[in-house]
Ligand binder design. Structure first.
Ligand code: BGC
Length: 746
């Protein structure tokens, strides 16, 4: 090439660049700030195009702007893995062969790790799966507060405490969104039961709303930076929570400055005017034409579709709200699909299975271990596993979080795979629970039908239990209706399917009995004093059996703690102490289908109620044992008095006094000694998980500020920390306070 042709090609290259740059509209130029791109895109769109992007065009997708090359938005459930593809307008499977996923442990298990790092790992991994599947939004995580153990969806949430849920939700969102996949935090808010979920109007005072039910959502938005949030099905102040002036406009958007998208829950939109005015940005899953399950492909009839367009054309409403909604949706698209720098994601990787197993290992809670029955030791020759949940697949069912997994290791398979050398692991059924194995067309392929009687199954289990070195009962709840499942609540606190009688019989037959409870909810345990070892194992996803085996055989020292209280009985729960008006609500009898439900217990949810009523829980919030033991030294503070803008740091020395490495979750609770309003006996305001070698001591430090001392003054509508004396408690659980320190707020 001579000098002349070189300079010609430079000129050509430069002019091609200029031409290209000129033809690149600002909204396509990802070197520009997002707000500038959003403004530019919006200015190019017609009213019809704006209307189009704020409602669905399929079960889980909404259109982009075809003319402008702005991509569609694809959402999917969430929160425990990426749901398989469904047909365009049906809940049934699309029948794809490339949409199996890794199932991660349920969010209750994640919360039980009390380890924000696990939460980050979880968010990154599930986000990579969602990204690989080309989703812009994952419908999760869920953070509704555990108000009653009957709520069928507690397994999808993070427990009873607003502080714990806040700390655990933030890294999940950050990890997920680091993939360029939006979180959709749900179900905002006051969605604390499944029974009558579309028709319950919650009556609650402002203080309870702000202190108990909002903090995790606020943290998700302000600290996690969530790009989307999902409105709840039920009502507050007589407005559905998917279009609610108070919670969406006043609190979420004005008070908290949320700049993301409010997504309706599927079928949670009810009225065009309210949807326009009261903060909803994207409508999904609506019923149409008054038909029970919707006419096919009737997306044009959605409340925010033609009916909205007509109102604009008729001059009944202006376009300010529309511009705001469209702007939010465009912002979402710029943050996800139109972010050219977002990673590519990955699916079904060994790293994702490892993450699932690690989270499961850290989330399992050792509730009881008398006589150190666990970990299994002493070269056993035969272990008998009893119970349906030892073999039943748990990733299928339970509602929208149901998954199609590439694989799921059952407890029995896990226990067999890593059994001690020379040990035979046998299984008998013991009881019949749910023999179903299908959800929206995904089938487990398991045939769990049983022809023997209940008594025959018990007799067989007892006879076999007598000839085993260990008996491991694996039972609990499952993902069928009225268990841990969307759209219905449990009938009671008791274990179903006559498991109590079976456990009693097994306890008589063999002293080395371990009960493994699989559930996302507390269950009653009338046999608690007859069983030496009890393990809370949650729904652990793809690696369930391996995580359980790791803990039972001692490869992993358990370190999880309960994210909610196990009450002795249902009447020990605040929500169940005031009759039907507090749960499940009272029908209005005014011709509407609305029920009113008063959160009469107020701020006294979970351990706050147990403390106030001086009730001894079956197992308290924050409880969990280890195969080693820990000794707590005296808690000290770096000062005795703190100013309003100050912080105070507490130091708690913890020593591993046993012979195995282990981790302890140190909890910090605060008591306000005297206050002008009634306050809980104590509230969780800090925690830290510390790993210790045998004999090792570490100082755990926890710092708090004024926020951790404040209550919500409803009249003044602000958080208030009243000067005076406070007590900081170092504790191993809500009922195991190790030492306390008094300090003053000036
Ligand atoms: C659930 C949501 C879910 C949506 C889409 C609704 O029934 O309440 O949590 O994300 O369906 O499947």
């Amino acid at each position: 090439m001579n000098r002349f042709s070189i300079s010609i090609s430079i000129v050509l290259a430069l002019s091609a660049n200029t031409i290209f740059a000129k033809s690149t509209a600002p909204y396509l130029d990802d070197t520009l700030p997002i707000e500038q791109r959003v403004d530019d895109a919006l200015s190019r769109m017609t009213t019809a195009e704006k209307i189009a992007i704020i409602h669905a065009q399929s079960k889980f997708g909404s259109p982009g702007v075809k003319r402008l090359g702005i991509p569609e938005v694809w959402t999917d459930d969430g929160p425990h893995g990426v749901r398989p593809e469904v047909l365009w307008d049906e809940w049934d499977q699309a029948g794809w062969t490339n949409d199996s996923c890794v199932a991660f442990p349920a969010l209750t298990a994640l919360a039980a790790t009390w380890n924000p790092e696990m939460s980050r790992i979880y968010g990154v991994a599930v986000g990579e799966e969602a990204r690989y599947r080309n989703k812009q939004m994952l419908l999760g995580p869920g953070i509704n507060i555990y108000r009653t153990p009957l709520n069928g969806r507690n397994f999808e949430y993070m427990g009873e405490d607003p502080y714990l849920a806040s700390k655990m939700v933030v890294p999940y969102i950050q990890g997920l969104q680091s993939n360029g996949v939006s979180a959709c935090v749900k179900h905002y808010c006051l969605n604390n039961q499944e029974v009558n979920r579309h028709t319950t109007n919650v009556l609650i005072d402002d203080r309870t709303l702000y202190e108990i039910y909002l903090p995790a959502f606020k943290a998700a938005v302000q600290e996690g930076g969530a790009w989307a949030i999902m409105g709840a099905y039920n009502l507050y102040k007589d407005q559905h929570l998917c279009h609610n002036q108070y919670t969406l406009n006043d609190i979420l958007k004005k008070e908290w400055g949320f700049d993301g998208v409010v997504v309706s829950d599927w079928g949670g939109t009810h009225d065009t005017d309210q949807a326009i005015a009261n903060g909803l940005d994207m409508e999904f899953g609506s019923w149409t034409d008054g038909l029970a399950n919707g006419a096919s492909n009737a997306y044009d009839n959605y409340y925010l579709a033609q009916p909205y367009f007509q109102k604009i054309v008729n001059g009944e409403v202006g376009t300010d709200e529309l511009d705001d909604k469209a702007r939010r949706v465009l912002r979402l698209i710029m943050r996800t699909a139109m972010d050219r720098n977002r990673p590519w994601g990955s699916m079904l990787s060994p790293e994702h299975y490892d993450a699932a197993r690690q989270i499961g290992n850290e989330g399992i809670v050792l509730l009881k271990n008398d006589g150190a029955v666990l970990p299994i030791s002493g070269a056993p020759k035969r272990i008998l596993v009893v119970g349906e949940n030892a073999v039943k697949m748990m990733t299928v069912g339970g509602g929208s979080s149901s998954l199609k997994v590439q694989r799921e290791v059952s407890p029995l398979d896990g226990l067999r795979a890593s059994a001690p050398a020379g040990c035979q692991v046998d299984w008998v059924r013991g009881y019949v629970g749910d023999v179903g194995g299908e959800y929206n067309g995904v089938t487990t392929g398991q045939d769990l039908r049983e022809s023997r009687s209940e008594q025959e199954l018990v007799d067989e289990a007892v006879a076999e239990a007598k000839n085993a070195d260990y008996v491991i009962f694996v039972g609990g709840l499952n993902k069928a209706a009225h268990q841990d499942c969307e759209d219905s609540d449990r009938a009671g606190l008791e274990l179903p399917y006559a498991q109590d009688a079976l456990i009693e019989a097994l306890a008589k037959a063999n002293p080395n009995l371990v009960v493994v409870n699989i559930s996302g909810n507390a269950v009653a345990m009338p046999w608690v004093n007859k069983v030496p070892a009890i393990v809370q194992a949650w729904f652990l996803g793809s690696e369930a059996g391996n995580s359980i085996a790791d803990v039972l055989y001692g490869a992993v020292n358990p370190s999880g703690k309960l994210p909610f209280t196990f009450p002795q009985r249902l009447s020990d729960v605040g929500a169940h102490s005031f009759g039907e008006k507090a749960y499940p609500g009272i029908p209005r009898n005014d011709g509407s289908n609305i029920l009113d439900e008063e959160y009469t217990e107020g701020i006294y949810v979970g351990y706050r109620w147990a403390d106030k009523q001086k009730l001894k829980p079956l197992f308290p919030f924050g409880h969990g044992l280890s195969y080693t033991t820990f000794a707590y030294g005296k808690i000290t503070a770096d000062k005795n008095e703190m100013g309003a803008d100050d912080q105070i740091t507490f130091t708690i020395p913890v020593t591993n006094t046993g012979s195995r490495p282990g981790s302890e979750i140190v909890q910090l609770y605060i008591t306000d000694k005297k206050c002008s309003v009634d306050r809980p006996v104590k509230e969780l305001k800090g925690f830290a998980k510390v790993s210790l070698a045998p004999g090792e001591t570490k100082d755990v430090t926890i710092t708090i500020g004024k926020d951790e001392l404040s209550y919500f003054d409803a009249a003044a509508h602000q958080w208030v920390a009243e000067p005076g004396e406070f007590i900081a408690h170092a504790a191993a659980s809500a009922t195991d306070i190790k030492s306390s320190a008094t300090f003053k707020l000036k």
